[in-house]
Design a protein around this ligand. Structure first.
Ligand code: SF4
Ligand code: SF4
Length: 132
């Protein structure tokens, strides 16, 4: 885990992403190159966060939001909601502990052990406890 890469604006875990050897996420604005998050140019969540002058959706109300990535994907929404409730440091601590326990963020492509959920609260509990 590259803890220094932290959590993206949408809640995705740049610190654990399998693309984090090349990708610089979307936090540093003002440069557009191949090593930026490939979704950054059109990302609705990024645009919205910037318009609201926030650091991330975790400073807003991700649980209720269905914009952009949140329309379909539960993972970034659950991560952002976790960070809203318990803080970014707690999220990073839990992810680090879970990684040591063998829980894999990206097992195949961009899918891993946190993708196997349909219920937001169950995923939040899994992040917190490392147990299903
Ligand atoms: S551009 Fe959007 S999808 Fe990509 S890391 Fe930033 S907020 Fe997330
Ligand atoms: S949670 Fe939704 S409304 Fe709030 S900043 Fe993120 S995308 Fe915008």
């Amino acid at each position: 885990m590259k803890r220094e890469l932290g959590i993206a604006r949408c809640g995705l875990a740049c610190c654990l992403c399998s693309e984090n050897t090349e990708c610089r996420g979307c936090r540093r604005d003002g440069f557009m190159d191949l090593s930026w998050c490939k979704d950054a140019q059109w990302c609705e969540n990024r645009k919205c966060v910037m318009e609201k002058n926030l650091n991330g959706c975790y400073e807003c109300a991700p649980e209720q939001c269905r914009k952009g990535l949140y329309a379909e994907k539960i993972k970034p929404r659950a991560f952002a909601e976790f960070a809203r409730r318990y803080g970014l440091a707690e999220l990073l601590d839990c992810l680090e502990r879970n990684e040591r326990a063998g829980i894999v963020y990206h097992r195949s492509g961009i899918l891993g052990d946190y993708d196997d959920f349909e219920d937001l609260e169950k995923l939040i509990l899994f992040i917190r406890t490392g147990k299903r």
